[in-house]
Design a binder for this molecule. Structure first.
Ligand SMILES: *[C@@H]1O[C@H](CO)[C@@H](O)[C@H](O)[C@H]1NC(C)=O
Ligand SMILES: *[C@@H]1O[C@H](CO)[C@@H](O)[C@H](O)[C@H]1NC(C)=O
Ligand SMILES: *[C@@H]1O[C@H](CO)[C@@H](O)[C@H](O)[C@H]1NC(C)=O
Length: 664
């Protein structure tokens, strides 16, 4: 509706008068006095702050139309940034529909809005927008016409779905017939006030969501009746709210009353908001599993892997990685306040963030099938990291991957899902251990191995060196296996329970683990680590070997060399420590392969066991990320499946131990 200059002047003064009235009521209503007395909770303080902000605000109350005009010019009509007069003072019938300046949100259709401190952004979700289209049964109005003989039909109001129609028994019945709908309102802070370069430790204040389902509170907010609205303060830049959809739902995002000018360079917030009757459009889970695991890292690179991907429906092959990851230095203050917000993480993250200056190829993501069960996971390989640095990683489902070519708008949950944050760290420079990954043959080998930048300047070549040796060894084994009756009838087989495929797999698992030692820096004093190559000089010349160690262990082969002599000759690493292969990998071969092949394993307590094999830490707790022995696919997390397998095997071997022929 276009207003003539005279009408605008009138409107302005009506607004001004209303505000004066509103302030009058606030100042003198007993309720306000009560709230002020009890302003102990942060929310109360916040709301009182708002009251103060309104009283101080020069744009309010003086009715200067010039001021109002300035505000409205700065904004688009759909993204109102201004002090909202109390629309509740107007009769709804006078306005006829949602008050102007209130943005109507459609199902799963997000909107973006700017919010300054001391301002509100108001929205409405109209019940008829979904009761109309989704049910496919026609709106309430249509139904009323259809059953024209119903007594209520004569006075049934078109917006009967609003829930205010108390005496409307007909719509009551109808409501009971149709399943109840839930409305999810969710929002993400994309941009928040940015602190002046490290001048302050204060975090920018969070935004607040006010929701009203009451037909007599269509302008929820800090100034509205507390009893007629729900309040949710954003949690690290995200808010999720649900309510039963009975009528129109009004909601408002409020900026903080003010932001200390001395602390921040910018003051404006930018927010994505969406309403949905399907599920939360912008979701996060800050409590459950992070769903991404730290596999291993060296001084400049790290490998992370997602949890097992859920089975995908037949027709849509999983060709697009479903996740994206955001990484930043642990304690990066720029991330405070947006850690649960997809678009906030996307804006500010050091790696994966749009503002970031680190090269785009710092993080490479790929879908992989690994392990005997060939489970699909998404891996993230990061390179070019700083040494001795702790990083935080946050996995998120990627809205773009979800859309499968369609627009990501209007897809339930299309705003992304942010998982709990997790961490990893890089080691110091000058060490002996280098991360190799993505090998061709030993496809589950992804950890640090003994290396030396002088002999193998890049990790890909180092990986190839180890991998091709394992592959060669495997070929020899394969030839030997041909001699065993594998594919014979059951009577000729060496075992009913195991076949040659089991034997091959067991041998490969063992071979890749034993021929590619898992490396830890010598400075790591964890008790399960085995010292290797201790007579060699450190690659970092400032490090010196403890004389006691050299004297005690210097002439024992298990300590003064690597597991394979060729590693010391070709790679020439410095002294390092090895995470020994898990003992069950060896038992697995004995169990799976024909006894005529002559495999045997040292038993715990016997000579050679302690320097050859490690045992899985059975006291592993969920939070214990130690890798106490090496096995295919091991990572800095408790791999539930593998633990189960290993325990079964240890038990089995324990039971059968007496019958195993044991040679060292
Ligand atoms: C609705 O929100 C409450 C918390 O306010 C939560 O416990 C509940 O699980 C949510 N319901 C749904 C269906 O998401
Ligand atoms: C490495 O450190 C420098 C200096 O602190 C910093 O500017 C850069 O962003 C860091 N890079 C990574 C990938 O952490
Ligand atoms: C390691 O110890 C063995 C004796 O067990 C000895 O023969 C060999 O020379 C030593 N190697 C080095 C590099 O010190």
């Amino acid at each position: 509706m276009q207003l003539s200059p005279l009408q605008s002047r009138l409107a302005a003064s009506v607004v001004a008068s209303c505000l004066v009235l509103a302030i009058y009521f606030l100042m003198f209503s007993p309720q306000f006095a009560f709230a002020a007395e009890l302003s102990t909770t942060p929310l109360d303080a916040f709301q009182n702050g708002w009251t103060a902000a309104l009283e101080e605000a020069p744009t309010i109350g003086d009715g200067d139309s010039g001021e109002t005009k300035r505000t409205t010019e700065e904004i688009t009509p759909r993204e109102p940034i201004m002090y909202k007069p109390d629309f509740g003072l107007f009769d709804r019938s006078l306005l006829g529909r949602a008050p102007s300046g209130v943005v109507a949100l459609a199902n799963n259709a997000p909107k973006n809005t700017q919010i300054d401190p001391g301002t509100l952004s108001a929205f409405v979700f109209e019940a008829k927008s979904v009761f109309n289209s989704r049910d496919g049964e026609g709106s309430n109005t249509n139904r009323l016409e259809l059953r024209g003989d119903a007594p209520a039909a004569a006075q049934g109001s078109p917006d009967g779905a609003e829930g205010s129609g108390d005496g409307d028994s007909f719509s009551e019945i109808e409501r009971r017939e149709s399943p109840t709908k839930t409305l999810w309102i969710s929002a993400n802070t994309c941009i928040q006030p940015e602190r002046k370069a490290d001048q302050t430790t204060l975090d920018p204040p969070q935004l607040t969501l006010y929701v009203s389902t009451a037909s007599d509170n269509t302008s929820p907010g800090p100034m509205a009746d507390k009893k007629k609205q729900d309040v949710r303060v954003f949690n690290e830049g995200a808010v999720m709210y649900n309510t039963t959809l009975r009528g129109d739902v009004y909601f408002t995002i409020a900026g903080p009353p003010n932001v200390a000018a001395g602390d921040f360079d910018t003051k404006t917030y930018n927010v994505n908001i969406a309403a949905s009757i399907d599920k939360c459009y912008y979701a996060y889970d800050a409590d459950s599993e992070p769903n991404v695991f730290w596999v291993d890292s060296d001084s400049g690179a790290t490998l992370m892997a997602s949890g097992v991907l859920p089975p995908v429906d037949q027709d849509s092959s999983l060709d697009k990685p479903p996740y994206t990851m955001f990484v930043f230095e642990a304690g990066d203050m720029a991330m405070n306040g947006v850690r649960n917000s997809y678009c906030g993480l996307k804006e500010y993250s050091l790696i994966g963030g749009t503002r970031s200056r680190v090269p785009k190829d710092t993080m490479v993501s790929r879908l992989v099938k690994r392990g005997t069960e060939s489970v699909t996971k998404q891996e993230f390989f990061l390179s070019g990291l700083n040494a001795s640095t702790k990083y935080t990683a946050v996995l998120a489902s990627d809205p773009n991957a979800m859309s499968k070519g369609k627009r990501d708008d209007n897809i339930p949950g299309g705003g992304g899902f942010v998982f709990r944050q997790t961490g990893f760290e890089t080691s110091q420079t000058g060490g002996s251990c280098f991360l190799i990954q993505n090998l061709e043959f030993c496809d589950q080998t992804q950890y640090r191995v003994p290396g030396n930048l002088k002999t193998f300047p890049n990790a890909t070549a180092l990986g190839k060196y180890y991998d091709s040796y394992a592959q060669e060894m495997y070929k020899n084994f394969d030839k030997a296996l041909q001699q065993v009756q594998c594919d014979a009838e059951n009577t000729g087989k060496y075992s009913l329970a195991r076949n040659c495929d089991d034997c091959k797999q067991a041998y490969k698992n063992w071979l890749c683990t034993v021929s590619i030692p898992r490396c830890e820096e010598f400075s790591n004093n964890a008790p399960w680590l085995q010292m290797r190559n201790i007579n060699a000089p450190f690659l970092n010349e400032s490090s010196k070997m403890d004389q006691n160690i050299t004297q005690t262990y210097g002439n024992q082969k298990a300590f003064n060399s690597s597991r394979l002599a060729r590693i010391d000759e070709d790679v020439q690493p410095g002294p390092y420590k090895e995470v020994l292969p898990c003992d069950y990998l060896c038992y697995d071969i004995v169990q799976s392969c024909a006894s005529s092949m002559g495999f045997s394993c040292p038993l715990p307590g016997k000579l050679g066991f302690n320097t050859s094999y490690g045992v899985l830490n059975e006291n592993n707790t969920v939070n214990n990320t130690d890798v106490t022995c090496n096995y295919p696919g091991s990572a800095h997390y408790k791999n539930a499946a593998s633990v189960l397998v290993s325990l079964t095997w240890v038990l089995w071997v324990g039971l059968l131990g007496g019958t195993l022929s044991v040679i060292i």
